[in-house]
Design a protein around this ligand. Structure first.
Ligand code: GDP
Ligand code: GDP
Length: 454
């Protein structure tokens, strides 16, 4: 639960009438060995954790909660992202691109003792194109003698180089002050912002039909060129009007470009997916109806749940479905999608456009659930009935009592139940099941956390 809150960077307390905000996201990018992980550890106030990660071991975690001078933000740590030595330039750029897409501001780390390299220049071009605020960190300035090396980095054209020794802590306070100046107060991803067009991500494994669907949708409907008021838009996103309503399709540049498949592309595909999901409010997970489901498919579904986004499952390539496969598909749905029985499913063909019009109503349903707030009164009336009908089992002579519950936030709905003791996992699941039976929540994950009052 805690991780979930951190990933979505929930700021507000979500009381009725208050605006919930997303914490700003800071990404740290740079070549290998410039000191990114050391800097991350310095900012997070920990020592070896990240640097000692074995090379080649990819961590699934991409963001961490950070704080400076009382300001909280989410830190995207690329230091542990695997980079192999072959084709290192392409990899650094690719890595930076994903990190930049995730972020509201970027710290670009350069090893001042080495100076800028061709790879650095490549990243600088990406940074410029992104239009995002950049703080230039001239690292490994361990003493005054190296200050001149830092000054030489003015030449990158990214403004003032901040001389830092991530290793010893020298200059990191000033760097963090500059970071706070660069960070917006609220994430531009606006995940938890109620205004502007809804943001949707098309995700799924390669060749499942994402770009076909995007083309189909953008082809028949109007692509809105001018900006809609209240939208912060990344150049990689597209504003597409569907039945008169604008939607932001996030990270479409990657989909359209058909990102080249390098070795270890799975890992980057997974990061891209993560980036897209985090920027979106609702994700359409495309599955290939004509082929057996793969582990990669279930992983994408899980990523959406873990990120706390609304979900629609689209079975694509329905035109290729033959009757022989039908029973297998049904069994797969029962087995592999059992944790998302609540998600609306649409069967479509991105190729022919068959049933493509069913997508928007499904998106709207999921988003409505995602936004739903159950009043504290209704929630406690519901819980009262639930407990009366089916009390918590007695364990070791004790029976935890449910005192009170409240919905701590929407987007997605999160509930906090106050009790006198820990609840059985089975009983929690029972509460969740009854919550869904009673209030619907079609298309949205929900979470229940328990606070034990002594
Ligand atoms: P990353 O690959 O960019 O994440 O780089 P690391 O954080 O793993 O650092 C690479 C190497 O540079 C390690 O041996 C660090 O101890 C060293 N290093 C990092 N920051 C500094 C610094 O400010 N000064 C010096 N002298 N060494 C540093
Ligand atoms: P992406 O990698 O997820 O963007 O997948 P693409 O959109 O590039 O599609 C991969 C391949 O599947 C292409 O050859 C498409 O023409 C094909 N394809 C996509 N959607 C459908 C569909 O609904 N039916 C059929 N028969 N083929 C499809």
């Amino acid at each position: 639960d805690e991780d979930l809150a951190l990933l979505t960077g929930e700021g507000g307390d979500g009381e009725d009438g208050k605006v919930e905000t997303a914490l700003p996201v800071l990404a740290i990018v740079g070549r290998p060995n410039v000191g990114k992980s050391t800097l991350v550890n310095r900012i997070l106030g920990r020592r070896e954790a990240v640097v000692e990660d074995k090379p080649g071991v990819t961590r699934d975690r991409v963001s961490y909660p950070a704080e400076w001078s009382g300001t909280r933000f989410t830190l995207v740590d690329t230091g542990g992202w695997e980079i192999d030595v072959a084709g290192i330039d392409a990899r650094v750029a690719e890595q930076a691109e994903v990190a930049i897409a995730l972020a509201d501001a970027v710290v670009f780390v350069v090893d001042a003792t080495v100076g800028s390299t061709d790879t650095d220049e490549q990243v600088v071009r990406l940074l410029r194109r992104s239009g995002k605020p950049v703080v230039l960190c001239a690292n490994k300035v361990d003493g005054p003698a190296a200050e001149a090396d830092a000054a030489a980095l003015w030449g990158l054209g990214l403004g003032e180089p901040h001389p830092v020794s991530a290793l010893h802590g020298r200059g990191t306070g000033d760097l963090l002050d500059a970071i706070l100046d660069a960070l917006p107060e609220v994430s531009a991803h606006g995940v938890l912002r109620p205004q502007g067009p809804r943001r949707v991500a098309l995700v799924g494994r390669p060749n499942v039909g994402k770009s076909s669907l995007l083309n189909k949708v953008a082809g028949t409907e109007r692509v809105v060129v001018d900006d809609v008021a209240g939208t912060t838009r990344d150049p990689v996103d597209e504003l597409i009007e569907l039945k008169g309503v604008p939607w932001v399709f996030v990270d479409t540049a990657g989909i359209r470009r058909r990102v080249h498949q390098t070795q270890g592309a799975d890992f980057y595909a997974s990061l891209r997916t993560q980036a897209a999901i985090e920027k979106a409010e609702v994700a359409v997970v495309l599955l290939d109806a004509s082929e057996p489901m793969t582990e990669q498919d279930t992983r994408v579904v899980q990523q959406v749940i873990d990120a706390g986004r609304a979900l629609v499952i689209a079975y694509n390539k329905w035109d290729l479905m033959d009757e022989d496969r039908r029973p297998y598909l049904e069994r797969e749905i029962e087995k592999e999608l059992v944790q998302v029985t609540w998600a609306p499913r649409v069967n479509i063909s991105a190729k022919t456009g068959w049933h493509a019009e069913r997508l928007v109503p499904a998106l709207e349903r999921s988003l409505e659930s995602w936004d739903t707030r159950i009043s504290t009164g209704r929630l406690n009336a519901f819980l009262g009935e639930l407990v009366a009908a089916h009390p918590h089992p007695v364990r070791g002579g004790k029976q935890p009592r449910i005192l009170f519950a409240t919905q701590a936030s929407t987007r997605p709905p999160r509930f906090v139940v106050f009790t006198t003791g820990f609840l059985d996992p089975g009983y929690r699941r029972y509460i969740e099941r009854r919550l869904r039976e009673t209030f619907g929540f079609e298309g949205t994950p929900i979470t229940i956390s328990v606070r034990v009052r002594e």
